[in-house]
Design a protein around this ligand. Structure first.
Ligand SMILES: [Zn+2]
Length: 99
């Protein structure tokens, strides 16, 4: 049942919140690469669990994916710009030749 805030004493509220504290996560170091990782979890840095390779080529996947997306967008833009520049140059050349 909802109780108005002013009807709950400071002590009662504080007592209720005494159990809301966050506990520190269980953290260990990766035996393979020394990276700080969560306990009983696969290392995201090198992709190993209990010194066994579970995920292959984690570094490559993480490195390549964002670059590809950015690069494709950039290359499309760059290609458009290049084609525009080429067309301009062609027009200028044709004008010069006419003169
Ligand atoms: Zn590792």
């Amino acid at each position: 049942m909802a109780v108005p805030a002013r009807k709950v004493s400071k002590t009662r509220g504080a007592t209720r919140r005494a159990h809301l504290a966050l506990s520190a996560k269980a953290v260990t170091k990766c035996p393979n690469c020394g990276e700080v990782i969560k306990a009983h979890r696969v290392c995201k840095n090198c992709g190993t669990y209990k010194n066994k390779q579970v995920i292959e080529e984690v570094e490559k996947l993480e490195e390549v994916k964002p670059e590809k997306k950015e690069s494709t967008k950039e290359t499309k833009k760059v290609k458009k710009e290049k084609t525009e520049i080429k067309e301009k140059v062609k027009k200028e050349k044709s004008k010069k030749e006419e003169k």
